[in-house]
Ligand binder design. Structure first.
Ligand code: SGN
Ligand code: CA
Length: 522
């Protein structure tokens, strides 16, 4: 007799837990590569529309201050997986091997009953662990007719354009997944990485737009030693042929030219992979551009301005396919009814320069590469149109996703869930500053390693190894970070205060290398 009510209680409890498990949301993380926040209409671009990224932002939240820990591809993904800074997860620079033996949050999701998948670009030098399914691009991957490595460790080449293929592989997986479990999936996009090869249907999509030059396009890097030392300008580093496709050969024409000798170095760049139809469309489009370029006989500033226009036209045309494919994913979720209980996140691995300071690429602590896009919708939970002003770092992405799934983050994770910020409430003790540390040097792009603090109104940074210097920017007066006021005595108090705050972060995150440097100086 006594067992009866107890038995009933058990059934009730199991039902409650089961229902809770059923209600746990699916989570899709669309992670692009090098897609600048300022390239999206959600973040205020007036010339180029990204209707589908905006769709996520409008239906949910947009983070206005989402910063990365280390502005470069592989390290950013390692931080996503671990919720830790590069010095803790060991992946400080690209082309290393990510240590798969450390705890990553997808494994915790699996243990919590989630089904997990990674489709597309990973770029961690090792196969993913913590994923029930994967189909990833090797390394940086290719835009046209790319290879993918699947779960069985088979490398298979597919015909088509990478962004479209990634969506298709994602839909295939959604159809064959175990529907009794909630899922977490990363859709890892290759777009908009260098060399910005648009889908054939998007060639010339922005030819009618004359993009305005950023006001600091001809920056002389006065007062900033590391900026004087970099190798990432549109003027000197961006190549007319390999990047901007002037007189570039495609498909078999390139292979033939390579056999002849001088074009050998181009073959690996992906241009030789285009099939005759794709190569024909590219020849037609870039042939005209090359003829126009020859006719203009440009030099000096006019040549740099021309390169800038071509760069942005290719960059945005590549991004067009990215946004369209995000739209396909959203439509798929709507049409299958999955939308209701699915969190959709769109973010880029880091920010990117679109001509600011005369640059492309990323790496610096300066705003355009430090800050990255992050929009997320969670129907019924995040209020449509939410704007988050609080400071978020990509170390926070992992614990936030675990929070969505109702799973506790491990104690050694360095980030903190910002779920409450997405719901419109910032905890009183939420962080006021973020910490940054970049390592890769000297190649590519010759940016000195540096660590620093981004506070509300100031950035303080210490460069080392390449150039040895401190920089301070007053973001209120100088949002473009053009005047280093570190040595200005007016700022002595600010410097002292920020150095202390920086040191506190270094101690908190246990960054020994930075601690050694800063301890000698304060
Ligand atoms: C390649 C690019 C660089 C880029 C890095 C890292 N050169 O080396 O311009 O900074 O990747 O990019 S390329 O000529 O091969 O395109 S990241 O996004 O993977 O960090
Ligand atoms: Ca990247």
């Amino acid at each position: 007799m006594l067992l009866r009510p107890f038995g009933l209680l058990c059934v009730l409890l199991t039902t409650v837990l089961y229902t809770q498990a059923q209600n746990r949301p699916n989570i899709i993380f669309i992670l692009s590569d090098d897609h600048a926040y300022q390239a999206t209409s959600a973040y205020g671009n007036k010339l180029v529309q990204t209707p589908n990224i905006d769709r996520i932002a409008n239906a949910g939240a947009l983070l206005n201050n989402n910063f990365v820990a280390n502005s470069i591809c592989g390290p950013s993904r390692a931080t996503l997986l671990t919720g830790k800074y590069s010095h803790k997860n060991g992946y400080t620079l690209n082309e290393k091997r990510y240590d798969v033996n450390q705890t990553n949050f997808p494994t915790l999701l699996q243990q919590g009953g989630y089904q997990t998948a990674w489709i597309g670009k990973l770029h961690l030098g090792s196969l993913p662990v913590g994923f029930d399914y994967f189909n990833i691009l090797p390394g940086q991957g290719q835009y046209y007719n790319p290879e993918f490595i699947n779960n069985q460790n088979d490398t298979i080449q597919y015909k088509g354009y990478v962004t479209n293929l990634i969506s298709e592989f994602f839909f295939d997986w959604l159809q064959k997944r175990d529907t009794s479990k909630p899922f977490f999936a990363v859709v890892g996009e290759k777009a908009t990485h260098r060399e910005w090869l648009p889908d054939v249907q998007d060639l010339g999509a922005y030819d009618n737009i004359d993009f305005p030059l950023p006001d600091d396009f001809f920056d002389n890097y006065d007062t900033r030693l590391a900026a004087q030392d970099q190798d990432m300008t549109i003027d000197k580093t961006m190549l007319l042929d390999l990047d901007l496709k002037v007189h570039q050969k495609f498909g078999t024409a390139l292979k033939d030219a390579a056999d002849a000798g001088p074009n050998k170095r181009y073959v690996n760049k992906g241009y030789a992979r285009l099939d005759p139809e794709q190569a024909g469309a590219y020849e037609k489009y870039y042939g005209k551009i090359s003829a126009d370029f020859d006719a203009k006989k440009l030099s000096g500033k006019e040549l740099v301005k021309w390169k800038f226009q071509r760069y942005l036209k290719d960059y945005y045309a590549t991004a067009k396919s990215l946004d369209r494919n995000i739209g396909r994913i959203l439509d798929y979720l709507d049409s299958t009814g999955l939308s209701k209980n699915t969190v959709v996140i769109y973010a880029s691995d880091q920010g990117f320069y679109l001509g600011e300071h005369g640059w492309f690429d990323k790496r610096f602590i300066y705003e355009q590469s430090l800050k990255t896009a992050f929009v997320a919708k969670y129907p019924g939970v995040i209020k449509p149109g939410t704007k988050v002003a609080g400071f978020v770092s990509n170390v926070d992405w992992a614990p936030t996703i675990l929070d969505f799934a109702g799973i506790k983050a491990p104690a050694d994770i360095q980030g903190r869930s910002f779920f409450s910020l997405l719901k419109g409430k910032e905890p009183k003790d939420w962080r006021k500053d973020v910490y940054y540390h970049y390592y890769e040097y000297p190649q590519p792009h010759h940016v000195s390693p540096h660590f620093g603090i981004r506070a509300k109104d100031f950035v303080l940074v210490r460069f080392y190894k390449g150039v040895e210097s401190w920089e301070l920017f007053n973001l209120k007066k100088d949002p473009g970070e053009k005047v280093n006021v570190y040595k200005d005595t007016q700022y002595a108090k600010v410097v002292k205060d920020l150095k202390e705050r920086l040191r506190k972060l270094i101690v908190e995150y246990e960054d020994k290398e930075a601690l050694e440097i800063i301890n000698k100086e304060i």
